[in-house]
Design a protein around this ligand. Structure first.
Ligand code: GDP
Length: 300
């Protein structure tokens, strides 16, 4: 995964220096932990997360955890792998479906994060699993947002509920509510609501998102985060957590070549799981997020 290419290369290089060692001295462990720390920080992983991470790796590597099937270097790799899975959220978390359909999924995030594209990806993925999703255009801020969702819906083969001119235009809460009724009447089992984003976090945006959330009581609020925004990812995630208290995260643009470490910190900093990953502009560039697979890719 391009986003974590440099981090991955650095970690792998650190471990390969250990391969020739028969037994690891405390100095070897400290040296290795220092390298890991630098690699994570250079990749933009949040400082607090790095501290906790390296603290645990050091403690475990120096401890008396013994796996006789592995040499000392392999043991360190295994510990790092397990700790990486931990900061990425541990177990895979699947999308939660409502007991009584429709399942309502609201998307929130900054403008340009990839929400609209993600809405189409999610809709297509759900339709492929015999769900009957509908997309809702509640982003009424950005010119063309409604039209963009209609295009994405067309590509995904999924209907789009959009405000009729003069009826609820400018009022995304009303649009979202109307969409719920429309979806129930037509027995769509999943409702995916695209909301407005701004270039930066602002109070007005948060209030609007919170109002929509209150009006439609979603089963999931997914915070869509561009993995390429670097250090700002953590502050943005915290602002959205305060504003709309999302239930899960979607990482987008994991195909990019920017340092993606901040995105790696998000599950750990917010305590919310990463549920999906988006890896390109095409609708099929999308997959459920598996912490263990991501850790393996980074350490490969
Ligand atoms: P929104 O403002 O949050 O609705 O963002 P959009 O869905 O309009 O996406 C913004 C831009 O990012 C568009 O040019 C998308 O094609 C692009 N984009 C979205 N997801 C990805 C992704 O996973 N990888 C890449 N490379 N581009 C993406």
């Amino acid at each position: 995964m391009a986003t974590f290419g440099t981090l991955s290369d650095r970690l792998v290089a650190t471990f390969s220096n250990l391969r020739t060692k028969g037994k690891l001295s405390p100095a070897d462990v400290d040296g290795t932990v220092r390298e890991i720390r630098r690699a994570l920080l250079d990749a933009d992983v949040n400082l607090d997360v790095v501290k906790q991470f390296t603290g645990r790796v050091r403690e475990r590597a120096l401890g008396d955890e013994v796996n006789r099937a592995l040499n000392p270097a392999q043991q360190v790799v295994q510990i790092v792998n397990e700790e990486l899975i931990g900061i990425l959220g541990g177990q895979q978390r699947r999308l939660e479906f409502a007991k009584q359909p429709p399942t309502v999924i609201m998307l929130a995030g900054l403008q340009g994060a990839g929400k609209t594209t993600l809405a189409g990806k999610l809709a297509k993925w759900l339709a492929g699993q015999n769900h009957t999703p509908i997309l809702v255009a509640a982003d009424l801020q950005r010119p063309n947002a409604v039209q963009q969702l209609q295009i994405v819906g067309g590509q995904a083969g999924v209907p789009v509920f959009a405000p009729e001119p003069g009826n609820g235009v400018g009022n995304p809460v009303r649009v979202a509510k109307d969409a719920m009724k429309y979806a129930r009447d037509r027995q769509h089992d999943v409702v995916i609501v695209d909301t407005a984003g701004r270039l930066g976090v602002d109070q007005e945006l948060m209030r609007q998102a919170a109002d929509i959330k209150r009006a439609i009581d979603p089963d999931e609020v997914l915070f869509v985060l561009d993995a390429m925004i670097g250090q700002d990812a953590v502050a943005t995630a915290k602002a959205f957590q305060d504003g709309v208290d999302f239930s899960g995260v979607v990482l987008t643009k994991l195909d990019g070549d920017a340092r993606g470490g901040a995105a790696l910190s998000v599950a750990s900093v917010t305590g919310r799981p990463i549920i999906f990953a988006s890896t390109g502009e095409r609708l099929d560039d999308f997959e459920p997020f598996y912490p263990d697979r991501m850790a393996s890719r980074i350490l490969d």
